[in-house]
Ligand binder design. Structure first.
Ligand code: ADP
Ligand code: MG
Length: 339
């Protein structure tokens, strides 16, 4: 019998992995913004064209990369953020899988310009469909710029699957909101088709939320605050009278990472019991700080789900903290005749 098993070449493996990491232009936005944050940038610019289908570019003033690191950054499982599996339980970075750049470069045309603080000159690298097509020594600002063009150029089925520009831009804005709300101390800018659509100066959480969500948000916010040995909760809930039909103002961040959690959402809903009209959704911006050893983020490549060691305690603390805040601000229950 003939042998039939073959090792897939790297570029094929990367293209397959890319399927999980990069669903649409918004996934590229998320990965590049997170890399800029991990690079300790204080100013980050996001530039998109045609809802990211033509261009997604992130320009940061972070630590930059040496020429060798720049080359390595496009390899799969290449990361500066962890060294061993144990490090997964003391993560202080957004990234750790070392596969975003490899995945993105496998399915797009990528141009990177990067320069470290101490260096006079930096590096330009072009990678297309996983292959390095150009490397030059260049004079470029300190930090890193990564431009991702023609996403899915070599996977027509994926490219055709992309939705209208309006829908794809909505996804990009959602990712942008999640990232900027988690990092108010970083100055973020966003441009779409040449127009500035966000310029968010560094500030505190309240200022950032108000900047992002718009004018009247400030008066709607009720602070939430709770500190215990296992957990710190800070942030805001929106007064019940401003509840919405949609879930568009619901954000959980765990150690400054946006996450989705039906379980924690339930805890918040439970604190609003009796004070929300039927079918209405409360707004919340809740920041949970926990010991990194007590959570597992490595459940899915997009890292929006977390496994908590002790979710029951978390549930109870969150519920009581939100309830307490609503009570303090004299949020009265809705009486039956009000319905
Ligand atoms: P991960 O973020 O999981 O480490 P990535 O593929 O996103 O994997 O990035 C690979 C490596 O490239 C990072 O670990 C980092 O060292 C480097 N890198 C990526 N983006 C930047 C950036 N904007 N500034 C500095 N270094 C970067
Ligand atoms: Mg990364």
């Amino acid at each position: 019998m003939a042998d039939v098993i073959q090792l897939l070449p790297d570029h094929v493996a990367n293209q397959i992995a890319a399927g999980e990491v990069v669903q649409r232009p918004a996934s590229v936005v998320k990965e590049l913004l997170e890399n800029a944050i991990d690079a300790r940038a204080t100013e980050i610019k996001l530039v998109v064209k045609d809802a990211g289908k033509t261009l997604v570019q992130v320009i940061d003033n972070g630590v930059g990369m040496s020429v060798t690191d720049a080359r390595l950054s496009f390899e799969r499982h290449a990361t500066s953020k962890i060294r061993s599996a144990e490090d997964l339980f003391q993560l202080h970075t957004k990234g750790f899988r070392g596969e975003a750049l490899a995945s993105i470069a496998a399915i797009a045309h990528v141009e990177m310009n990067t320069c470290q603080e101490e260096d006079e000159v930096g590096t330009l690298l072009r990678v297309e469909g996983g292959k390095v097509t150009n490397e030059e020594v260049v004079v470029t600002p300190k930090g890193t710029s990564i431009a991702v063009k023609n996403l899915f150029f070599n996977i027509p089925a994926r490219r055709n699957f992309l939705k209208s520009d309006t829908v794809e831009l909505r996804h990009i804005l959602d990712e942008f909101h999640r990232v900027v709300l988690a990092h108010p101390s970083i100055h973020f800018m966003m441009y779409n088709n040449g127009n500035e659509i966000f310029n968010l100066p560094a500030g505190n959480y309240r200022q950032r939320i108000v900047h992002v969500m718009g004018g009247k948000t400030n008066e709607k916010l009720v602070p939430v605050e709770e500190t215990t040995e296992v957990l710190k909760i800070t942030g805001f809930v929106i007064k019940p009278e401003y509840a919405k039909k949609s879930k568009s103002e619901q954000f959980f961040f765990v150690n400054n990472r946006f996450i989705k959690s039906g379980y924690l959402h339930h805890a918040v809903m439970a604190s609003y019991e009796g004070i929300l009209k039927d079918q209405m959704q409360p707004g919340y911006f809740l920041y949970l700080d926990v010991n990194p050893a007590s959570i597992d983020i490595n459940i899915h490549p997009t890292k929006t789900e977390i496994k908590f060691d002790d979710e029951h305690t978390l549930y109870a603390l969150l519920k009581s903290a939100v309830k307490h805040s609503l009570g303090q601000f004299n949020v009265a229950p809705i009486l039956d005749f009000d319905r």
